[in-house]
Design a protein around this ligand. Structure first.
Ligand code: NAD
Length: 476
């Protein structure tokens, strides 16, 4: 694969490439250009040239291109899903789901494009006022490898519909699906230069996007530490910023919860995408009175998850995506084990057997009796490991849930209206679910509080995140 600058598929000016390997087998999937700062500068130039024509089009015209692309993406969802599984590792069913999710997002932005572009007001003593909303210009998107298609959709859907042009940097270990999606957008009529995709390392390509004075906004999704660096790099040029960062979502299971539904909520909430989701269930607090039954039923379900190559039929969980992420999870579990922080009742290790030898596989893991101050609760565990603690009641559960530097998502499982009212009010998170966890429709705003981020994506106001306002006061 090559990278996309000004509608052309190019090598990096450095001439270097990097390998994209299948995380289940270690096999080479493809190579991608090892981009440099100079490639970002060319992309900025192309995006600048494309801006005047693109921003002058009506929002509906712009978003029609996204709609045509969405149709084609849906038509090719099986092939695109297979590519995503091969580079990212998730089971093919989840990958096709994600590809369809990308199409949903583009369709949502098409619908949003019909919304208001400004306001008209009459203000006594001032005359008539209009508030115009205009695109910012060239925007940068820096994305991770865990949900590359969805996160690409969130960023380009809003930015392009609002009239901006964009430079997208995918992650090193999952750039190929993003490039294919960009190709489909080009075939659907996206003019050259409106979306440029530069592949390569965060330290050069990512940093140049954050620093380049021509880029007016950076929308970043990734780890807290990287987000902080992006903010520092973007500060001299006073750029607009959206930072979607890490999370350590709590899930509270009350004594009146539907246990079967809550068990399924954990299975999906923690083990989907091998636990590599920002809003995965990362801390479980169960009421003491139901803990024994809940953990017994959960353990049986966890032990039934088939781990393997995401392309194989019946596989419920694939490998982790990359060595660094795999090593981090192994270290977190080893640290908890060494410090005697809880009992491992399922998994806790890599699976045995030839089929797992070349991949980043880790068994779905449950750890009970985890002390409230364990590393498993304080750090984000980005893999298939669930620390569980019991709590006497709601007060303790809410206090523990909020005792985190993160504030991305949280869920409460109960049938009580009083508990729902209190928990949805008190939980410190950008999104709170009741009797569900994980899924995020494009219709609601998504963003974190505390260290989980700044700004939000999606929702009815999403386009405004990529626009600036101009007030005009007229006295006749
Ligand atoms: P990461 O921060 O390592 O990398 C994210 C992207 O930033 C990659 O494209 C990387 O190449 C690039 N990058 C690295 N260093 C950079 C720098 N100095 N300047 C600019 N760009 C740089 O994150 P990751 O490991 O790819 O993703 C996992 C993290 O992302 C987890 O913490 C997860 O919770 C978070 N995440 C958050 C959301 C959300 O919406 N809040 C969604 C998905 C993932």
């Amino acid at each position: 694969m090559k990278m996309l600058i000004n509608g052309e598929w190019r090598d990096s000016v450095s001439g270097k490439v990097f390998e994209v390997r299948n995380p289940a087998t270690g096999e080479l999937v493809d190579e991608a250009p090892f981009g440099s700062e100079d490639d970002v500068r060319s992309a900025v130039e192309a995006a600048g040239e494309a801006f005047s024509d693109w921003s002058a089009r009506s929002p509906r015209d712009r978003s029609k291109v996204l709609l045509f692309a969405a149709e084609e993406v849906r038509r090719r969802n099986t092939d695109l899903g297979a590519l995503l599984t091969t580079e990212q590792g998730k089971p093919i069913r989840e990958a096709v789901d994600e590809i369809n999710g990308f199409a949903n997002i583009l369709e949502y932005y098409h619908a949003l494009s019909a919304g208001k572009q400004g306001e008209f007001l009459k203000i006594r003593g001032y005359g008539r006022a209009t508030v115009q909303r205009r695109p910012l210009g060239i925007c940068g998107a820096i994305i991770p490898w865990n949900m590359p298609a969805i996160i690409m959709g969130w960023k380009i859907g809003a930015a392009l519909t609002a009239g901006n042009t964009m430079i997208l940097k995918p992650a090193r270990t999952a750039p190929l699906t993003c490039m294919k999606l960009a190709e489909i957008l080009g075939e659907a009529g996206l003019p050259p230069g409106v979306l440029n995709v530069v592949t390569g390392p965060g330290e050069t390509v990512g940093r140049e996007i954050a620093r380049n004075p021509g880029v007016r906004k950076v929308s970043f999704t990734g780890e807290v530490g990287t987000g902080r660096q992006v903010a520092l790099d973007a500060a001299p040029a006073l750029k607009h910023l959206t930072l979607e960062l890490g999370g350590s979502d709590p899930m509270i299971v009350c004594d009146d919860a539907d246990i079967k539904a809550a068990v399924e909520g954990v299975i999906r909430g923690r083990f989907y995408n091998c636990g590599q989701v920002c809003t995965a269930v990362k801390r479980l607090y169960v009421f003491e009175s139901i803990a024994e039954e809940f953990i017994r039923r959960l353990t049986a379900r966890v032990e039934a998850i088939v781990v393997g190559n995401g392309m194989d039929r019946g596989v419920g969980m694939g490998p982790l995506n990359n060595r660094a992420g795999f090593m981090r999870v192994v270290t977190q579990v080893d640290t908890a084990r060494e410090r005697d922080e809880g009992k491992i009742i399922a998994g806790g290790r890599t699976p045995d057997g030839e089929a797992y030898k070349h991949g980043f596989f880790f068994l779905p893991t449950l750890i009970t009796d985890v002390p409230y101050d364990s590393v498993l609760f304080s750090e984000e565990v980005f893999g298939p490991v669930l620390p569980i603690a019991t709590v006497p009641g709601l007060d303790e559960a809410l206090e523990l849930a909020n005792n985190s530097r993160y504030g991305l998502g949280a869920s409460v499982w109960t049938r009580s209206a009083d508990v729902i009212a209190r928990a949805t009010e008190d939980l410190e998170a950008g999104i709170v679910w009741v009797n569900q966890h994980l899924r995020i429709p494009p219709e609601v705003p998504f963003g974190g509080t505390k260290s989980s981020g700044i700004g939000s994506e999606n929702g009815s106001r999403a386009l405004e995140e990529y626009m600036e306002e101009k007030a005009v006061l007229i006295r006749l």
